[in-house]
Each structure stands twice: as C-alpha cells, then as structure tokens.
Design a protein around this ligand. Structure first.
Ligand SMILES: [Zn+2]
Length: 187
C-alpha cells in the first residue's frame, strides 16, 4: 500500500499532538496482532525519520507510532553518511516510503560541540560535518536548523532519491522542541 506524503504528514502531526498531552504512549499499535501481521506480510512504514540519537528524542513516542509505522535512522546530530543514505534509499526504493522527515532538536549536544569546537576522536567526523553545515552560527537552535537542511541536501544528492522525488517522494525538515514535545515542521 502506498501512503501519500500528505497523509503521512497528517498522521505525524496528529501523533505529535497526542504525544504532547500524554503520559504514556498508548496510541502506537504494538499489539501481538500487529506484530504477527507485519511479521507475515512485511513492513509498510509511512515515513522515514532521520533524527538524533539523543535519548530525549524518541520518534515512536513523539509521533505515537507502533510496529511497522516508522523507518528510523538515528545518529548523533542527525547527520547521514553512506550507511545512513543506504538505509534511507532502502526505505524509499524497497518499502515505497513517500515521506522523509529530517528532524533536528533543540539543546542538541552534537550541535553544541560543533559550535564550541570541542570533540574527541570518535565524534570528530560528526562535528566536522555539522560545522560545515552551520558555518559561523552560534545559536544552538538556528544552527540545528541549518544542520537539518544540510542533511536534506545530502539526501537529495542520491540518484535513487532524485528518481523517487519524480514519483511523489517528499522530504521535509523539522525541529523537535525538547521542552514542549512539539515538532515544528518546516515549509
Ligand atoms: Zn542531538
């Protein structure tokens, strides 16, 4: 079943509204029935979510999603390198996902490190990538937004993504606000 990007975006926004006033994730279907259905018939996620590994940013809860709903790629600072790109291409090309959301967040430690230019060996490649995206910007949230759009440009550089864009694939930037739980979708 192909789910239009418009419908997928509506589901994400509705899920996020429910999340903001919820104590527990009671809307995402994680039932035995859903588990068995997706086991037998495969997955049909309605959106790819590219976001940060930050433990405060939990896509399935933020969008009240359950089994088989979201195809999630998470790396600190929501950067995408080859493995991430491959994962996105798989979701788009093999699972017919028509919506990609690149979601940064406020108070992001990776963005903070990029601004402060402080990093250890393992994260230096992430920090360099973010620094190239944010330039001289020192406001964390503004820098996070620039970083989201840099990741979108990276995703758009894929030929598979370009082909699928001709067939209705949409890529949307977003910001998760860690204080309110609100997901701001960029136009
Ligand atoms: Zn982060």
């Amino acid at each position: 079943m192909i789910i239009s990007p418009k419908l997928a975006l509506t589901w994400l926004k509705e899920g996020n509204e429910a999340y903001m006033i919820s104590e527990k994730n009671h809307l995402g279907d994680i039932s035995k029935e859903k588990r068995l259905h997706t086991h037998r018939h495969g997955q049909n996620p309605y959106a790819v979510i590219v976001t940060c590994s930050d433990s405060r940013v939990i896509p399935e809860s933020i969008f009240m999603a359950g089994i088989g709903d979201l195809f999630v790629i998470r790396l600190a600072g929501n950067v995408v390198a080859d493995f991430g790109m491959g994962s996105i291409e798989y979701a788009v090309d093999h699972l017919n996902c028509k919506l990609i959301v690149v979601m940064g967040h406020t108070m992001c430690g990776a963005i903070h490190s990029a601004i402060a230019d402080s990093h250890s060996n393992f994260i230096s490649s992430i920090i360099k990538e973010i620094q190239s995206a944010i330039g001289e910007e020192t406001d964390n949230t503004k820098a996070a937004k620039l970083n989201v759009f840099n990741t979108i440009e990276k995703i758009k550089s894929s030929e598979i993504i370009q082909e699928n864009t001709k067939n209705g694939l949409k890529i949307v930037g977003a910001m998760y606000h860690t204080h309110s739980g609100f997901v701001e979708f960029y136009k």
